[in-house]
Design a protein around this ligand. Structure first.
Ligand SMILES: Nc1ncnc2c1ncn2[C@@H]1O[C@H](COP(=O)(O)OP(=O)(O)O)[C@@H](O)[C@H]1O
Ligand SMILES: [Mg+2]
Length: 245
């Protein structure tokens, strides 16, 4: 009998992308398994954000394929990918600043997830509990701290119960307490909802700690991919990223 290998949730296959003469991604391939955290590292300009943009349909790759549960998604529009279960957070939190914290979840829940009002209230409260924002539910979003807005944006990304969440530098410039809350919320979401994450971060120790698999890009190419501790000890990763002053 052969052991069954789970099919990847996402597979990046020989993806290339250039901007004029700049090669941003060159023959990038790796899988993301279901219920897994993939940590994506690399120096500035190595193609990390470009890769997230290719995965969620902001950019079409020049070559290669991106598959979600075996189905080609490269070249599809972001809104179609959101419906297919791909969600995203940004480095600067995107929230409705004039709405309350709860409305920030309740309104997209009603519109995007198309659920009944009472179910939307319950789900909004569940998400507020997940990110520890329930005590701030009735405050206007612009009045909570930047870090709390980051937590709210994370909760908003989960409204549609996505299969995959892409996060671009979620820990940059936030208070350690908020960082710990965010990491705990990500872990809970993986465990309870079987969601997968692709997380770009320069906070290498945290990322090593929370990732099941790691990829390091250097100049648009995969310098190393595999178990986090193997990746950070890889010679090309030390030379191309970690060892740089
Ligand atoms: N829209 C764009 N137009 C032109 N060049 C771009 C664009 N986006 C990214 N680049 C270039 O592609 C390379 C990879 O950028 P990026 O994906 O933002 O890297 P990272 O997120 O790893 O810092 C860089 O050389 C960057 O200048
Ligand atoms: Mg970037």
């Amino acid at each position: 009998m052969t052991a069954s290998i789970p099919a990847p949730l996402l597979s990046i296959e020989a993806v290339a992308k250039h901007f004029g003469g700049v090669v941003a991604l060159d023959d990038v391939s790796f899988p993301v398994q279901p219920s897994a955290v993939l940590g994506l590292i690399g120096p500035n300009g190595s193609g990390k954000t470009t890769l997230l943009n290719v995965i969620n349909g902001v950019l079409a790759p020049d070559r290669g394929a991106v598959k979600l549960a075996g189905i080609r998604i490269d070249g599809k529009r972001s809104c179609d990918l959101a419906a297919a279960g791909v969600s995203r957070t940004f480095q600067s939190a995107r929230v409705f600043r004039t709405l309350t914290v709860r409305q920030n979840l309740f309104i997209p829940l009603l519109h995007r997830a198309a659920i009944a009002r009472s179910a939307a209230v319950d789900r909004a409260d569940e998400l507020l509990d997940l990110v520890s924002l329930r005590p701030h539910a009735d405050r206007i979003a612009s009045e909570i701290s930047g870090g709390q807005q980051r937590l709210l944006e994370f909760a908003r990304a989960l409204v549609t119960r996505p299969r995959l969440v892409l996060m671009d530098e979620p820990f940059a410039g936030i208070h350690p307490e908020i960082k710990a809350l965010l990491i705990r919320s990500i872990r809970k979401t993986v465990a309870q909802e079987a969601t997968s994450f692709v997380i770009v971060s320069h906070e290498v120790p945290e990322l090593v700690n929370m990732s099941d698999f790691m990829v390091c890009l250097v100049e648009g190419k995969v310098a190393s991919a595999g178990m986090p501790l193997d990746v950070i000890h890889n010679e090309r990763v030390i030379e191309g990223y970690l060892g740089r002053a």
